[in-house]
Design a protein around this ligand. Structure first.
Ligand code: FES
Length: 212
């Protein structure tokens, strides 16, 4: 294990390594995910408790890796408690902003440790999003769990603004801006709308008249 040199690291890094927060497993977690590095062999497990409003009430981690992975995981799990899963996923998208810049003095060759902590967090949020979508019983099909965006909303946005890419859909209605577990579903809707528009052009029908 790489041992931290107290004098070379920020107080924040030292605090989270020498007194790591949130170590352990959550017994009845809503989401559990693992991430591993082929480069160094480190592994990390993150578990989350999430309430009905999609707010993270508890977050824990167990790691087998270096000191910086412990510090990054401790720091990250502290930050996401009290946040929604969407907010946590947005944090996880940028190891630089969520860990490296805030920690101060994070060594460049340890960026991958922060990235691994973020990867495990995003995987856990994806798993949570998938499970909520599968159990969803609302009137309109739920596509983006993170931001509560329905299939109909996405379809309407695509047709109204003639959107062609997931990035454009995300910009229009936020779908896909969090954990991205809805990406393939958004792509399916884009493909369906594109096919519908091309059939309408071929047969001279307006898209909405195709099924009438
Ligand atoms: S379900 Fe997380 S971004 Fe859409």
């Amino acid at each position: 294990m790489l041992v931290l040199n107290r004098t070379m690291n920020s107080a924040l890094i030292n605090e989270h390594f020498f007194n790591p927060k949130n170590v352990g497993n959550i017994a009845e977690a809503q989401a559990v995910a693992r991430a591993g590095s082929l480069t160094c062999g480190a592994t990390l497990r993150v578990s989350l408790s999430v309430d009905e409003s999609q707010r993270i009430t508890d977050a824990k981690f167990k790691s087998a890796g270096c000191s910086y992975l412990v510090a990054a995981s401790s720091f990250l799990t502290e930050q996401i408690k009290g946040k929604t899963t969407a907010e946590a996923a947005v944090l996880g998208q940028s190891p630089k902003k969520s860990v490296i810049e805030q920690a101060g003095g994070w060594p460049e060759d340890r960026d991958r440790c922060a990235a691994l902590a973020c990867e495990a967090l995003i995987s856990a949020v994806k798993q949570y999003s998938d499970s909520v979508r599968e159990e969803w019983t609302g009137d309109e099909a739920l596509i983006c769990t993170c931001f509560g965006v329905s299939e109909r909303t996405i379809e309407n946005e695509i047709k109204a603004a003639r959107l062609h890419t997931i990035a454009e859909v995300t910009k229009a209605c936020n779908a896909g801006a969090g954990c991205r577990s809805c990406y393939s579903l958004i792509q399916d809707i884009l493909d369906d709308c594109s096919l519908e528009a091309s059939e309408a052009r071929t047969f001279g029908l307006r898209p909405e008249a195709r099924n009438t």
